[in-house]
Design a protein around this ligand. Structure first.
Ligand code: COA
Length: 333
């Protein structure tokens, strides 16, 4: 059977660092509150009009393609995951294809928010295992900053999110390393617990213009933070155990867990539940905040740069987010 493995990884984050102390001046919050509740110390927010979601994805992709040691025209397919696309349509995947100046390969956009990267990896894995494609670019890129409510009203959400992009090349494996399994889930009854509601077809522009009660709310993300937190810790644990069981492994067999960087407290809770050591879990939310679909590939690249993964290691990726959706991937490095 053909296996697929991550052959290259890259990321890009904007230069502009926004510290918690900068937010104190905007939205009645404090460095202490943000650090205690989320672990976040700073995040990157785009501060110029030239950077777009697709352009950041392009920079991350160029780095991943170079890391994979292939020519960009060896890419057979693009999967672009984002909740903050350049346009309502077309998707950012085709813009990435244009930016990379590569041949006319297929480009698919995935909209699964914080789980988007693992969903995309799972799709790519199936294409490679089926023999249809050899090298697939899997990208997660987000610009949250422009859409956040930076007044005191938005403080429960806006302090968490950061901008960034990450990408991997998934290739047909030439040895025994590769993706062992992926597991995907959703529970749509909680769709509105973490959502960006307007404008979309439920509140389409003509309805908004005609509505006398339109008060300008719903244009930035809404989040029932406590409820999200409680569901996240349960689902993360479940889906990691599901992956381990599938391969007859135990938590102790995990060489490195890279959880989606939602909140440091969520990662620490999972670490405790699975009885993992500090060296078995990688976190970088302190520097970047929650970058949604980009958080896992960014963390993966940093973990690799810090020599946290060796050939043969078991890498576990897990994510939970809006939808609700959650997912895991177990990989033999
Ligand atoms: N600064 C200061 N105070 C804030 C604040 C901020 N940025 N945001 C909220 N508060 C206040 C609230 O108004 C509330 O005040 P009150 O007690 O006087 O009413 C208090 O802090 C507690 O608010 P609460 O929302 O209950 O805090 P929390 O402990 O649940 O922490 C989150 C909030 C968002 C950090 C936490 O719920 C969380 O991380 N949830 C998961 C989020 C997540 O992972 N989302 C992405 C999914 S992938």
């Amino acid at each position: 059977m053909i296996r697929s493995k991550i052959s290259g990884v890259g990321y890009y984050v904007p230069d502009n660092i926004v510290k918690n102390s900068d937010l104190e001046e905007m939205m009645n919050t404090s460095d202490q509150w943000i650090k205690e509740r989320t672990g976040i110390e700073e995040r990157r927010w785009v501060d110029n009009d030239k950077l777009s979601t697709s352009l950041m994805g392009t920079y991350a992709s160029e780095s991943a393609i170079s890391d994979a040691g292939i020519d960009k025209n060896e890419i057979d397919f693009i999967i672009f995951s984002t909740l903050s696309p350049d346009y309502y349509f077309p998707g950012s995947g085709v813009l990435l294809q244009r930016n990379l100046k590569i041949k006319e390969v297929g480009a698919l956009d995935v909209r699964n928010q914080c789980s988007g990267f693992i969903y995309s990896l799972s799709i790519a894995d199936q294409y490679i295992k089926s023999g249809m494609y050899k090298n697939i670019l899997v990208v997660g890129s987000e610009i949250h900053s422009g859409g956040l409510d930076k007044t005191p009203r938005g403080r429960g959400v806006s302090v968490i999110f950061g901008d960034g992009a990450g990408a991997v090349v998934l290739s047909a494996s030439d040895d025994d390393s590769g993706i062992l399994s992926t597991h995907l889930h959703s529970e749509g009854k909680y769709a509105e617990e973490l959502a960006l509601i307007k404008p979309a077809t439920t509140f389409w522009i003509d309805k908004i213009i005609d509505d006398e009660n339109e008060d300008g709310t719903g244009y930035s993300p809404v989040m029932n933070g406590n409820f999200v937190f409680k569901n996240a810790v349960i689902r993360f644990e479940e889906v990691i155990y599901e992956a381990l069981k599938h391969s007859s492994l135990k938590p102790d067999d995990i060489s490195l867990l890279i959880p989606h960087q939602a909140n440091l407290r969520i990662s620490q809770y999972i670490q405790k539940r699975l009885k993992l050591s500090n060296s078995q879990v990688y976190n970088n939310i302190m520097k970047y905040g929650n970058t949604t679909a980009a958080s896992i590939p960014i963390a993966l690249k940093e973990a690799l740069d810090e020599n946290k993964l060796n050939k043969g290691d078991i890498l576990c990726l897990a994510a939970f987010g809006s939808g609700f959706t959650w997912a895991s991937a177990l990989i033999k490095w």
